[in-house]
Write a protein that binds this ligand. Structure first.
Ligand SMILES: [Zn+2]
Length: 369
């Protein structure tokens, strides 16, 4: 402890950071009961890194996958013990030693949002600003300890300041789902006002962001959700019509489009819904995939894809341009992330259960300080 304090003083001359912090630890994979709220050593930022005092961290299905120890293609292996939490807003405590030529992004005490996408900064994809294409791509909160703790270490180049009029709760709702939604709707699918867009699971964090961005792009947006309460919220967010996800929505949507189908479908539910999503597409329509929260290995018909000129597109977490464009629109209040509920750190198990129960609309956020 004394050594760490000394390290801090040598770096900054500051002693305001406590030696210990509260953190939600994953020490064993399993249900929410395996999470433990513990006091552990506060991390010290290394070269090019910054220590952030966390104010708010939004939950994602990634937190559930990390806790359960999900395995499969494209899923990073979690090293235990682990602290999850990808979407983090907080204030700058202090910088570690900066690289030659590197400057502090903001002053200590400034409120910031972290872009969780971390690339090697050397490869040709990183040089194009595409860290999620980097062969060595890592996500803060998956490969490194994340924001379900009072402090987190992040690369200094990954923070941006948050304007005073935006709360940390709203800022924390942006990185994972809004950057992914922007990537899918704007950068990848290039949705335009003449498009009819179907969002499957339009009530979740990602789905509600896709709905909002597609509607803002001028498209006619329709969606599916499991309860009338969620469908009403989706209509208020811009959906022209909502369908019951427990009903025969494929037939209902084909009837509603007079048998023609929709221009694009956004489906992050996965195996249970993807074939219905494909069949809802018009000739040459686009299926955009950004997740598989309910199953990764669907049964597909190849003829249903190529004979109708359909296109399947992958849109994971976006690049720096996607992140900066979508945060800018939230700062301008042109996009307004839906916050379902804010929980204190002590209630993390209850908050994760609510996320898994899929009864929410928008983001579930953990208020940390
Ligand atoms: Zn790279």
């Amino acid at each position: 402890m004394a050594e760490k304090q000394l390290a801090r003083e040598q770096i900054t001359g500051k002693q305001s950071v406590p030696d210990e912090m509260r953190a939600v630890m994953i020490r064993h994979h399993g249900g929410p009961e395996t999470l433990t709220l513990e006091k552990i050593e506060t991390p010290v930022p290394g070269p090019g890194e910054v220590l952030i005092k966390v104010e708010a961290t939004a939950l994602n299905h990634l937190d559930i996958f990390a806790r359960e120890g999900l395995k499969g293609p494209g899923v990073p292996e979690i090293t235990l013990p682990h602290i999850s939490g990808v979407d983090i807003a907080g204030t700058v405590s202090y910088y570690g030693p900066l690289f030659p030529g590197q400057q502090e992004i903001t002053k200590e005490g400034t409120r910031v949002l972290i872009n969780p996408a971390i690339g090697c900064n050397e490869c040709r994809w990183c040089r194009r600003g595409e860290p999620s294409m980097c062969p060595d791509y890592k996500i803060l909160g998956e490969h490194f300890w994340g924001g379900l703790a009072e402090y987190v270490v992040a690369p200094a180049r990954n923070i941006i300041p948050v304007p005073d009029h935006v709360s940390s709760t709203v800022a924390a709702a942006i990185p994972a789902v809004y950057t992914t939604a922007w990537r899918g709707v704007v950068t990848v699918a290039k949705i335009k006002p003449s498009d009819i867009v179907l969002v499957v699971g339009a009530s979740g964090g990602l789905g509600s962001a896709q709905l909002e961005i597609a509607a803002a792009a001028g498209a006619t947006v329709i969606g599916t959700a499991s309860t009338e309460e969620k469908r009403e919220k989706a209509r208020k967010k811009g959906a022209a019509i909502m369908f019951d996800s427990n009903g025969d929505w494929e037939s209902e949507i084909m009837d509603w489009t007079k048998g023609q189908g929709v221009s694009a479908v956004f489906d992050a539910v996965g195996a249970p819904t993807i074939r219905h999503s494909l069949r809802c597409l018009e000739m040459g329509g686009k299926l955009v995939l950004s997740g598989a929260t309910a199953g990764d290995s669907p049964e597909l018909s190849i003829r249903e894809i190529y004979q109708r000129h359909r296109i399947i597109l992958g849109a994971p977490l976006g690049n720096w341009e996607d992140f900066l464009q979508v945060t800018s629109l939230v700062w301008q209040k042109k996009l307004q992330p839906s916050i379902h509920k804010v929980y204190p750190l002590e209630d993390i198990a209850e908050a994760q259960l609510e996320l898994e129960g899929r009864k929410h609309f928008g983001k579930i956020v953990i208020k940390i300080s």
